[in-house]
Design a binder for this molecule. Structure first.
Ligand SMILES: [Zn+2]
Ligand SMILES: [Zn+2]
Length: 336
């Protein structure tokens, strides 16, 4: 298909804006995406449809993930049967406390930033969407995030930085997410990224209009009531006792959602499949499929994202619940 150049994002001025300012931009982007998809014709349709024609939205992928080339990412997503992918950018490369003095740049996986995700989405309309992100302790973090929200970003994230979850800079980003009516996706990892999981309920209460999506090791380990945070035990195995912090956040707060991606999401399903069935039943309106895998194949064996889809098919309590997990919830939350 012909690749059209996106509007030049570099000249966009950050200005005080209202939701009304943003919507035409976002509509414009989505309308354009549809046109591009139509222009791509039947070949594109065949390539992007999953085996049985159902929609599968992947809310968690990255460009240049561990150095994976763009054409391989595209083939990987199509091999998994994904109909729409959301690309989550890194913040800009930076030496600060939030990036552990640069060690965590590129989301600690060589992932590229806002502009690369934005450009990739424009080059693959209808099939890819993009998020907006920045290192939260940079003075102009919200301005940079806002720039890409104005250009049509559908989420803020992946927020994977060494910051207190209730710090003033994070609270500014939570407020921004509410103002733009986009969710914020956070990587929870004990003593590493987003500190203070056990007191995060205060933020859930303080920002009821912000939709939070939890992801990663500490998020998933805490489905188990008996788990105690331990940076050496980030992928706990064995039986799960319901009522862990994550289970409670999902039950008690309407604005808390869970991203099923990554080895941590898959582990949470496989470690105790009987409990996983109940968990999926209980939170079928709150859990969202994502892959977050960096392999080159996109099929089982070797692709954790594909394995997560297979596991959800096996454990979902009903066909209706499975549809919610694979696309229904993300359509609602991301308005895509
Ligand atoms: Zn990720
Ligand atoms: Zn994969």
């Amino acid at each position: 298909m012909a690749v059209m150049n996106p509007p030049n994002s570099l000249g966009v001025q950050a200005s005080p804006l209202t939701r009304q300012n943003r919507l035409p931009n976002r509509r414009q982007f989505l309308a354009s995406s549809t046109l591009h998809a139509l222009a791509a014709g039947t070949i594109g349709c065949r390539m992007v449809s999953s085996q049985d024609g159902e929609a599968i939205i992947d809310i968690h992928q990255h460009t240049n993930y561990s150095g994976r080339p763009d054409d391989v990412l595209l083939a990987h997503q199509r091999a998994m049967g994904i109909t729409k992918t959301i690309l989550l950018p890194a913040g800009r490369p930076m030496n600060s406390a939030a990036t552990h003095e640069g060690v965590s740049n590129g989301l600690e996986a060589k992932c590229s930033g806002n502009e690369a995700c934005y450009q990739f989405a424009w080059a693959h309309p209808g099939e890819f969407l993009f998020g907006a992100n920045e290192v939260p302790d940079l003075p102009d973090a919200t301005r940079e995030i806002e720039k890409y929200l104005k250009l049509g970003a559908v989420v803020i994230g992946e927020q994977k930085f060494g910051v207190e979850c209730d710090s003033p800079e994070m609270q500014r980003i939570y407020q921004l997410a509410a103002d733009y009516r986009v969710p914020i996706l956070m990587h929870w990892q004990y003593k590493r990224y987003n500190y203070g999981f056990e007191r995060f309920y205060r933020m859930l209460k303080k920002y009821p209009r912000t939709i939070f999506i939890g992801h990663a090791q500490t998020w998933w380990a805490n489905i188990d009531k008996n788990y105690r945070d331990d940076e050496k035990n980030l992928y706990p195995k064995g039986e799960v006792t319901p009522g862990g912090i994550t289970d409670r956040y999902l039950s008690d707060y309407a604005n808390m959602y869970g991203d099923l991606s990554a080895g941590s999401g898959l582990n949470s399903l496989k470690r105790d499949e009987n409990q996983a069935r109940d968990f999926l039943q209980r939170h079928q309106d709150k859990l969202i499929y994502g892959s977050d895998c960096n392999d080159l194949v996109g099929t089982v064996p070797g692709c954790q994202g594909a394995e997560t889809i297979a596991t959800l098919r096996r454990l979902a309590p009903s066909e209706k619940a499975l549809r919610k997990l694979l696309s229904g919830n993300s359509k609602r939350i991301f308005k895509v």
